[in-house]
Design a protein around this ligand. Structure first.
Ligand code: PMP
Length: 351
């Protein structure tokens, strides 16, 4: 190893799902929304003046912060925005997890959490889900440096009810509890209603799933004013212009189009419920999902084998070769037609 390499901050990066460069596949591997963003977004894109790109964007992201504050009924000072919720979460780890006690998150969860903890040298402890993949409340009522809970959890899709989550938030007044609500709009109950009660709560959401804007990279967080101020201080010490001009305009229009948002959600939820019935008919087992994916296993067929067979047929789902979950497939909810193709393929395979 060269001498300079000793000084390198070495990290094992997060591995995102495949983004193959072809259009004729059925892509159910990264929990994207199968429907396009609001048509109002297209209008904004068409009206963007190239001349304006000469200038830096607004570092405070005012228009987007205001639109989110108005839609969710909070003050502007309670809103933070970032480049996807990955950016919001990474900033939050850096801001709030600065102690020597380990932070806690589930052992089976979004696999970016341990990567950020390693990157920032934050000690962490993974709390095992029970045999039904449920998060155990008691596991989070102990001394620690912070807590991150995704709700619904990924890749299981299981929602933890708000009363239980509240016990965790209320039981830990000395640390920050982050609730990662990337999938909350698909039928879960947000912890946003607890914001006025707990000053240690940060709720993180994204435009990537329910607002069909994964490509635009917009995420946001709600917390009390002090929390958001600390988060912004770190952001301004890192990069003043995280949100680009286009993302600000597009995000703002997307939030305002509530009718389209609700319609799209209903379509995805309807298709998810239909897909659950079909998968059940084919013998798959899975925890009940409140997200836009289903985490399914088949008692007779290895998930890896199914994953490869599906891929060979141009149907991409996600497979994690990790302990406890290596016999599961995470299947994102596509359009009804896409799910029909998937079910027809699986039907031939397993029946
Ligand atoms: N949290 C969870 C639980 C996720 O699954 C994802 C999606 N990969 C994210 C956060 C990040 O999403 P984004 O950065 O696109 O907002």
């Amino acid at each position: 190893m060269a001498a300079w390499e000793e000084l390198v901050r070495k990290v094992v990066p997060y591995t995102p799902g495949e983004q193959p460069n072809c259009s004729n596949i059925i892509k159910l591997n990264t929990n994207e929304n199968p429907y396009p963003p609001s048509p109002k977004v297209l209008k904004v894109l068409q009206e963007i003046k190239i001349e304006n790109l000469r200038k830096y964007p607004d570092p405070t992201s005012q228009i987007l912060v205001e639109a989110l504050a108005e839609y969710y009924g909070v003050s502007k000072q309670q809103v933070f925005v970032g480049v996807g919720s990955d950016d919001v979460l990474a900033m939050s780890f850096l801001t709030f997890f600065n102690g020597s006690k380990p932070i806690l998150f589930p052992d089976i969860t979004y696999s970016f959490y341990d990567v950020w903890a390693e990157l920032y040298r934050i000690p962490y402890k993974c709390q095992p889900l029970d045999e039904n993949f449920e998060i155990q409340t008691e596991d989070y009522l102990q001394e620690c440096g912070g807590i991150v809970i995704p709700n619904p959890n990924a890749p299981t899709g299981i929602e933890k009810n708000l009363e239980e989550l509240e016990k965790i938030i209320a039981g830990n007044p000395e640390i920050i509890v982050i609730i990662d609500e990337a999938y909350i709009d698909f039928g879960g109950t947000s912890a946003l209603s607890l914001l006025s009660k707990y000053e240690n709560l940060l709720v993180v959401q994204t435009f990537s799933k329910s607002r069909s804007l994964a490509g635009m990279r917009i995420g946001y967080a709600f917390g009390n004013e002090k929390l958001i101020k600390y988060l912004n201080d770190v952001k301004y010490s890192f990069n003043s212009y995280t949100m680009d001009t286009t993302a600000l305009l597009i995000g703002t229009e997307a939030v305002k189009d509530e009718v389209y948002f609700r319609e799209t959600l209903q379509k995805v939820i309807h298709t998810r419920e239909r897909t659950k019935k079909e998968l059940q008919r084919l013998g798959f087992i899975f925890p009940d999902s409140k997200s836009n994916f289903i985490f399914a296993s088949h008692p007779k067929y290895q998930a890896k084998e199914l994953f490869e067979a599906l891929k060979a047929a141009d149907i991409y789902v996600r497979y994690f070769n990790k302990p406890r979950i290596n016999n599961y497939l995470r299947i994102s909810i596509g359009t009804d037609q896409e799910m029909d193709v998937l079910i027809r393929f699986l039907e031939k395979y397993v029946l």
